[in-house]
Write a protein that binds this ligand. Structure first.
Ligand SMILES: O=P(O)(O)O[C@H]1O[C@H](CO)[C@@H](O)[C@H]1O
Ligand SMILES: O=c1cc[nH]c(=O)[nH]1
Length: 236
């Protein structure tokens, strides 16, 4: 047990997928995993362990934003020995040519988060993806002829930005999209020496105002989940 997870020791696999929405964790477990057991219901932040292609994998909801995400990621790593963490989230595109429904692979991440600035006062730390995981996910996506992009994203403390001009300027500098957890994932992975990758489906477009339907989100999302699962089971 940890403070926010009721799982007994050994109930969580070393490789974990991390959606923000706990009901997405349930959907992933029911759709893609076999021999599934729910190991956490504390605060309804559902967590499941099962097998995928014969390998034990867990999937844990994290909630929205860096504070909630950091609680679950820290406990998974420190209290349960998790070694590989892949976020499977949604994001809003901030560059005109990024398409709705595309899957983005966050190679690096900007952030306005006060949480991350406390790690290194006065220094702008650059959180990055694990290269092996990123490379593997990219190669699998090419084999599947999936439309993906690799690049920079922005993790914000705000869903409703107080500074939309700054967000749109990031788009002019090639940042693909905005979401609310990746900077915490990559910073904690660096701190604890574990592997991390963030995959994000573009669910809405901040420049054009386009939005996906829930059905579209589901289909594209499933492609991203299979990509994430295959990237982690093929790795060491
Ligand atoms: O779909 P998830 O994984 O929750 O990710 C995105 O959606 C939430 C905002 O609606 C934030 O958590 C953001 O990062
Ligand atoms: O954080 C998020 C997620 C999806 N779309 C957004 O605009 N922001």
């Amino acid at each position: 047990m940890s403070i926010h997870l009721e799982a007994p020791q050994g109930a969580i696999a070393e490789k974990v997928l991390l959606p923000g929405d706990p009901l997405r964790a349930k959907h992933i477990a029911e759709t893609f995993l076999e021999d599934v057991q729910c190991y956490n219901q504390v605060r309804n932040m559902l967590g499941f362990t099962g097998t995928y292609k014969g390998e034990r994998i867990s999937v844990q909801g994290t909630g929205m934003g860096l504070p909630s995400f950091s609680i679950y990621a820290t406990e998974l790593i420190k209290d349960y020995g998790v070694k590989t963490l892949v976020r499977v989230g949604t994001c809003g595109a901030i560059q005109r040519d990024v398409q709705l429904r595309e899957v983005l692979m966050a190679q690096g991440v900007c952030t306005d988060s006060s949480i991350i600035s406390h790690f290194f006062p006065g220094i702008s730390f650059s959180p990055i993806a694990d290269f092996d995981l990123l490379h593997r996910a990219y190669m699998i996506s090419k084999d599947r002829q999936m439309q993906v992009r690799v690049g920079n994203v922005h993790t914000s403390d705000y869903f409703y930005s107080e500074n939309p001009e700054a967000v749109s300027r990031l788009g002019e500098f090639g940042v693909m999209a905005v979401e609310m957890e990746t900077a915490a994932l990559y910073t904690l992975a660096a701190k604890y020496g574990v592997k991390a990758l963030s995959l994000l489906t573009v669910s809405d477009h901040i420049v054009t105002g386009e939005q996906t339907t829930s059905e579209e989100r589901q289909t594209t999302f499933n492609q991203m989940i299979e990509l994430a699962l295959d990237a982690i089971v093929e790795g060491k």
